[in-house]
Write a protein that binds this ligand. Sequence first.
Ligand SMILES: [Zn+2]
Ligand SMILES: [Zn+2]
Length: 330
Amino acid sequence: MTAMRAMVLERPRTPLVLRERSVPAPGAGELVIAVSACGVCRTDLHVVDGELEHPKLPIVPGHEIVGRVAAVGQGVSGFTVGERVGVPWLGATCGVCPYCREGAENLCDAPVFTGYTRDGGFATHAVADARYCFPLGEDGDDAEIAPWLCAGLIGWRSLRLAGESETIGLYGFGAAAHILAQVLRWQGRRVMAFTRTGDTRAQDFARSLGADWAGDSDDIPPEPLDAAIIFAPVGALVPAALKAVRKGGRVVCGGIHMSDIPSFPYSILWEERQLRSVANLTREDAREFLALAPKAGVQCAVTRYPLAKANEALADLRHGRLEGAAVLVP
Ligand SMILES: [Zn+2]
Ligand SMILES: [Zn+2]
């Protein structure tokens, strides 16, 4: 059996370490994928930092996987060796809990998450449940497509929950927002981008992708927002966004983890403003977004890192030293 390399988290709050293993054989229903690119998501930082409880340990992080099918397990249909596929955060669901039966598999009671409760894509090879893998076709560069698998999908789900709004505020202009801004522009909606105070580089970047306005996160935008989506893991943005949305407007929290939300006066929630979170994704979200992104001409700005530099990529993401998305290329 051939060898593979993986960047492994052995304990939270310690650096990933490079390990060699043999490539596993696919179990029934599984694909073995030769990884060609894996995006680095803020959720990977939350796993590494121990902010998400009970990861499988040791764990290979990474849930924005683009690769080619290297082996097909028993009972898998619809995939062939050599085909390009993507693997997202949603690794598997139970199919029988009330949420799965109601079409809300993103809330499954017994889910499996790629790079959290099963090994992910910070590696040369990954194993995935074929039912949760997506064909990606041959158009586009592997590394530039990788961020679609989480930043793109979560952004898309967040937008669906934000509703048919005309003017949308995006708080935190990282990987997810830079993709979503392009989708919004393509849809003909208005985008207001909010960044860390004084981050003029990110604000210029947002305007270059079609934002109608860009400013600091505590600014009041030039027009009231119909909805706001918060991608930065900063609880203080919740009252800031509530103040910026119109009567009846929605604030959607797109992240899996956020610092505590400071208390705020009821008056900023009053007048039927709504606040909600987005959890995970459904396969339907993925199918919709993966079909739409090429039509919208979504182009990801990526910074590539060799696999062995995964810790550097995580540090650059943590400190906001990136424009767009970090992607590991084994
Ligand atoms: Zn379930
Ligand atoms: Zn993610």
